[in-house]
Design a protein around this ligand. Structure first.
Ligand code: NAD
Length: 375
């Protein structure tokens, strides 16, 4: 069994789907590992380190694909997927609604495609949950960005020159990224509070030493424990009720998402402008529509003296550990494919059934079929 790890080609993507210290774990599972030359360089892993760990180096994508049973990347392969061998399994993030080029290329190659976006959130799948592992990175980073951009301290200081009060940080959305942002802001000494539409998140927020904000609104819990979309009335009311909390914060970090939907608008420009000049807003949802009105991915937008930082490729800004966690997710997911020394997508397995978008050339995900107009 051979796993091939190509170099990422998406601009700004610095992660890699395999790191040298994980190569040996694959070889213990019976894989031969091949890595495209330079694949790890933007995450600071040299070809020589992969070779030392037991991998071989492919001169290009076509050479690496030759004889590969599994091809793992972070980003979708795009048109390169046409070069996959028949019955090979490609693993990456894949949005079934929008990554249609990759999906149809995999199908026309007669190969299979597993998406990390679709791995079920069940306990057996935790080690394969790349959404969680990468959200850990983005949440951590969001708190660091807020601390770095704020023109004042995060912690309390009691000095001979007087006392400095800790920064007030508000986190909106207390899922995986939000909880990590809370934990990191707490470690840096800020006074943290948080709000989420799922009441179950209240205990998690409190267990991190942060205050949970309860608003006089219905809970919004949908399928699988995820949040549901808000009605426009509820969204307006939520924004009204949150405004005083925003106005009183030095830094606001927004992480709210609803699976399969654009990010909910939690903070309007008017709300941002109620904050004291010099305050900071970090919008982790900027790339998926934005939780903050007017935020732009990869840019800092000033609104009435408040700086709104729009997230872009945040996990890529820490490519070393983001790649390490991702490679371990690939290891766990590809482990499910091993069947008596060969590779197959066993659809009896709930996890593979959930995340297999294409199997041996057949597009089986309904959203992908609709997006491609397949009957
Ligand atoms: P996510 O990225 O989809 O959303 C982030 C957060 O935004 C969620 O907590 C959501 O409730 C919140 N949100 C949505 N709309 C909001 C609004 N209008 N206002 C405020 N907050 C809003 O979520 P996630 O971080 O990927 O995970 C969320 C859920 O999945 C949680 O229940 C978590 O415990 C669960 N989970 C389970 C597993 C597992 O069992 N393997 C792994 C990871 C996460």
């Amino acid at each position: 069994m051979k796993i091939f790890v190509p170099k990422e080609t998406t601009p700004g993507e610095l992660r890699v789907a395999m790191i040298p210290s994980v190569v040996r774990k694959f070889t213990q599972n019976g894989f031969v590992v091949e890595v495209e030359t330079g694949a790890g360089s933007s995450a600071f892993f040299a070809d020589a380190e992969y070779v030392e760990a037991g991998a071989s180096i492919a001169s290009d994508f076509a050479a690496g694909c030759s004889g590969a049973n599994v091809v793992a990347t972070v980003r979708p392969l795009g048109s390169r997927a046409q070069g996959l061998p028949k019955e090979c399994v490609a693993i990456s993030y894949i949005s079934p609604a929008s990554d249609t080029e990759t999906i149809s290329a995999v199908a026309s190659a007669g190969a299979s495609l597993l998406s990390f976006d679709l791995v079920p959130r069940i306990s057996r799948a935790q080690s394969m949950d790349a959404l969680t592992s990468q959200a850990l990175v983005t949440g951590y980073r969001a708190a660091l960005v807020a601390a770095e951009k704020l023109p004042s301290f995060f912690p309390l200081f009691m000095t001979a020159a007087g006392t400095i009060q800790p920064a007030k940080v508000l986190v909106l959305g207390a899922g995986v990224a939000g909880l990590q942002a809370i934990a990191t802001a707490k470690r840096l000494g800020a006074k943290v509070s948080a709000y989420d539409v799922r009441p179950a998140s209240a205990d998690e927020v409190k267990s991190m030493g942060a205050a949970f904000i309860t608003l006089d609104l219905d809970a919004l819990v949908g399928e699988g424990g995820y949040a549901r979309e808000m009605s426009e009335d509820r969204a307006t009311r939520q924004r009204e009720l949150l405004t005083p909390y925003i106005a009183a914060s030095d830094a606001v970090i927004t992480t709210a998402a609803v699976p399969g939907r654009t990010a909910p608008l939690l903070v309007t420009r008017e709300m941002v402008e109620t904050m004291h000049p010099g305050s900071v807003v970090v919008d982790l949802a900027s790339e998926t529509g934005g939780n903050v009105e007017g935020s732009r991915p990869g840019e800092v937008v000033e609104m009435g003296g408040v700086f709104v930082w729009g997230a872009q490729d945040v996990a890529s800004s820490m490519p070393v550990h983001a790649s390490q966690l991702y490679a371990m997710n690939v290891l766990a997911l590809s482990g499910l494919l091993i069947n008596e020394g060969s590779i197959m997508v066993d659809l009896e397995d709930e996890i593979l059934d959930g995340c297999a978008v294409v199997v041996n050339g057949e597009i089986r995900n309904q959203v992908a079929r609709e997006a491609l107009g397949v009957n």
